[in-house]
Ligand binder design. Sequence first.
Ligand code: AMP
Ligand code: MG
Length: 544
Amino acid sequence: MTHLPASLDFLAGLEISNRFVDALPADPLNKNYARQVTHACYSRVAPKQFKAPHLIAWSPELAEAMGLPAHIQCIDATQRAELAQVFSGSRLLPGMQPYAMCYGGHQFGHWAGQLGDGRAINLCEVSTGAQERQVIQLKGAGPTPYSRSADGFAVLRSSIREWLCSEAMHHLGVPTTRALSLVITGEAVVRDMFYDGRPKAELGAVVCRVAPSFLRFGNYEIFTSRGDIPRLRQLVDFTLAEHFPHLAPGSQADYLAFYREVCERTAALMVEWIRVGFVHGVMNTDNMSILGLTIDYGPYGWLEGYDLEWTPNTTDAQGRRYAYGQQPQIAQWNLAQLGNALYPLVEDIEALQEVFSSYQQCYTSLWQEMIARKLGFPAFEANSDLDLFMRLETLLQRTETDMTLFFRNLADVDVTQAADAQEDLALIQPLLESYYGNPLEDRSYLAAMGAWLRDYCQRAQQAPEPALARRQRMHAVNPRYVLRNYLAQRAIDLAERGDYAEIETLLDVMRQPYAEQPEYADYARKRPEWARDRAGCSMLSCSS
Ligand code: AMP
Ligand code: MG
């Protein structure tokens, strides 16, 4: 990087490039007002300059990979202030060419036309290794041509949620966009959190998100919907060259192979969400990453009681389109929309359909592997294990059972004792912590769960192995810690009063979600009763 003022020398490690901007067509209009943008992949737009941005959270691992100081505690106040300036968009570094992307999307099953980065501004790409490049994107840095009637800003509560969850997902091993920093802007943002006509001023914030690409299904859909096939081709060719380099731009067969890979990555992502109990909440096609990453953390939530129909999104409370158990099917529906968008390039409807249909098989085989690991079996036995799991799923929903604790503690069931176990109670003992009510009061439940556990133990004993091996296998996929909805809300409540320490602590806990961390035992506990119906803990709206 060239021409950095001396005060920014400490950022000299950032290697800036702008390949998206350089390769793809821009909106010729350089003005920032809401409009339809045609024949362009993006619009150039300057982020807002905030008066008093202040850095409140920083991801050291990511910073280091990008050539930035890992520990903000080790830099002086002036440098910290500079970071707040840069990562709120208030100060552009030489070489940055900020832009907002044009995309469309299907929202809640209906084509919504142009959406676009209404409150996200991409600053540039930076190198993070020999071949790797990451896009730096600010969420909440001001309006763009895609802001429609909204303001382009984000509030602190939703920014904390995005910041924490991106990093928590990463540490859980789930593909996701990352979050580098969290800055409070010092300016108020007005929001009607409950859509009840009582708007209130909230603290504004900017999250700096990082991913190899923020391209969504909607980036492709918009061009096909407008019949702009030359731009569609340009964008797909760029995507292949940058992100699927083993596929050749211009080849119909490779366009199809591209679709297949997106289907496979999406299937793998859905299996991961199901594994950890994550519910995205707004799986519109504009929120589906072309790289199979979790993207756009809005009204997401984590399963507490296992419930296939649970959704954290109040806007979806009626239809439950995006409920936990719906996610794999909805992903496939979204992939159908992507298939339609790619049709003009592939021009073979049967071939596209064949790939689309293979999603189900791909998902099922990955899901089976995952369930086997969750239950502690070396491999999934098609019919009998499916039956065993379905019985468990019914039981988990019969009385409110914490998903995370149940699977984690299942590793503590002594499967060798089962043959002698006279009492269901002894078998169920390690699992008691996971119940929100008292299962001991329900004899028929206890009997059913006892019967299931005896079958489970018998199955686990089919291929006897040291207890430690089974336990390790289970612990590697069943986290002790997830970003429980109330934990994030507690950090938000404190941050809104100016205390940011809990954000730091939570990230520290979530850094090792599969390890027993006795000093953080409190963070593994099931949701306390006060959080059951509290806004932010169990119900969220899109208004962020
Ligand atoms: P989301 O539900 O966050 O995925 O957003 C859907 C669409 O609305 C995207 O085009 C967003 O950029 C846009 N949007 C959401 N919130 C805002 C906001 N505060 N200002 C401008 N655009 C927004
Ligand atoms: Mg979105």
